[in-house]
Ligand binder design. Structure first.
Ligand SMILES: O=C1O[C@H](COP(=O)(O)O)[C@@H](O)[C@H](O)[C@H]1O
Length: 279
C-alpha cells in the first residue's frame, strides 16, 4: 500500500482533507475498506451512540459488503444502532437483482442483526409511487428529513461510500447530465447513460454533508476517471489529457468524482490498476 493510513487524512496533502491509499491489488483494497468500515462505524457509535452509513452499488462495493459479513470482528459494531441509507438506486421493482438494495441485502445486510426500522432503501418502481421516480425521490427526501435534526433536511451520515464509474460518475450523478446541477437532496434521474435509464440519487450537495466520503475504485477501466478526478481534487499532480481510451475525456471540472467532498474527510481507496503511472 502507498499513501496515508486508509481512511485517515494525508499529512500535508495538496487539498486539505482529501487523501488516498493505493493497494497492491483488489483483494487487499477490499479487505482494508471492509476493516475500516467496521472500525469507523464502531467509532461513530462510541462517539454518538449510533452510526450511519450510506451504501453504494457496484462490483467492488459488493465485495466489500461480503468481506464485512465474513469479518470476525464485525460485531464490534452494534448493528441494531446503525442507520443504513443508500446513495443511489436503480429504479426497478423491489427485489430486482440489479437493484443496489438487493445486492447489499444479499451480500451483507441479511446477515446482520439490523433494526429494520433503521434500514432505509430507496423506493422501488412498484412501490407506493408506482413508476414515478420524481415522487419516489421526494419520498426518500422526506424519509431523510424525518431522520434529520431540527436544523436540516438530512441526518448525520458518518461514512458515505461511493463507487466510481468509468465515466467518473458517483452514485447516479453522471457527468454532463442535468443531475450534476441538482440542489435538492434527492433527485430522480432519467436518461441515465448507464442502464437502467431511470434512477434515484443523492445529489452532490447531499453527498457533501457526509462526515467521511470514501471513493472506492478498482481496475484499469477506472484509471482514466481516477486520473482526472485526482487532478481536480488536488490530491495528485497528474495530467488531465491522459484519460484512458473509452473513459471520460471531458474536463476534470465536470467530473462528479472530482468534486465530491466529505465535511471532515474525503478518502480515495484504489488498487494499483486504477492508478495510471504518474508523469
Ligand atoms: O450503476 C452504478 O455504478 C456505480 C459504479 O459501479 P461499478 O460496478 O463500476 O463499481 C455505482 O457506484 C453506483 O452505485 C451504481 O448505481
Amino acid at each position: 500500500m502507498s499513501g496515508p493510513e486508509p481512511g485517515r487524512p494525508a499529512p500535508g496533502g495538496a487539498t486539505a482533507g482529501v487523501s488516498r491509499s493505493v493497494f497492491r491489488d483488489r483483494d487487499e483494497l477490499v479487505r482494508v475498506v471492509a476493516a475500516r468500515l467496521v472500525e469507523a462505524l464502531a467509532g461513530a457509535q462510541a462517539a454518538h451512540g449510533s452510526a450511519s452509513v450510506v451504501l453504494t452499488g457496484g462490483r467492488v462495493a459488493a465485495d466489500v459488503y461480503r468481506t464485512v459479513r465474513e469479518r470476525t470482528d464485525r460485531d464490534s459494531v452494534d448493528w441494531s444502532r446503525v442507520d443504513v441509507w443508500w446513495g443511489d438506486e436503480r429504479f426497478l421493482p423491489a427485489g430486482h437483482p440489479d437493484r443496489n438494495e438487493t445486492q447489499a441485502r444479499a451480500a451483507l445486510l441479511d446477515a446482520l442483526p439490523l433494526d429494520p426500522a433503521r434500514v432505509h432503501p430507496m423506493p422501488a418502481d412498484d412501490g407506493p409511487d408506482g413508476a414515478d421516480p420524481q415522487a419516489a425521490a421526494q419520498r426518500y427526501a422526506q424519509a431523510l428529513a424525518g431522520a434529520a435534526g431540527p436544523d436540516g433536511d438530512l441526518p448525520r451520515f458518518d461514512v458515505l461510500l461511493l463507487g466510481v464509474g468509468e465515466d467518473g460518475h458517483v452514485a447516479s450523478v453522471f457527468p454532463g447530465h442535468p443531475v450534476t446541477g441538482a440542489t435538492e437532496p434527492v433527485a430522480a434521474v432519467r436518461d441515465s447513460p448507464k442502464p437502467p435509464p431511470v434512477r434515484i440519487t443523492l445529489t452532490l450537495p447531499a453527498i457533501g454533508t457526509a462526515g467521511e466520503v470514501w471513493l472506492v475504485a478498482a481496475g484499469a477501466d477506472k484509471a482514466g476517471a481516477v486520473r482526472l478526478a485526482l487532478t481536480e481534487a488536488g490530491a495528485d499532480a497528474v495530467s488531465a489529457d491522459a484519460a484512458a481510451p473509452g473513459a471520460w475525456t471531458g474536463t476534470a471540472g465536470a467530473l462528479p468524482a472530482a468534486v465530491v467532498r466529505g465535511v471532515d474527510h474525503t478518502h480515495w481507496f484504489l488498487d494499483r490498476e486504477a492508478v495510471p503511472p504518474g508523469p
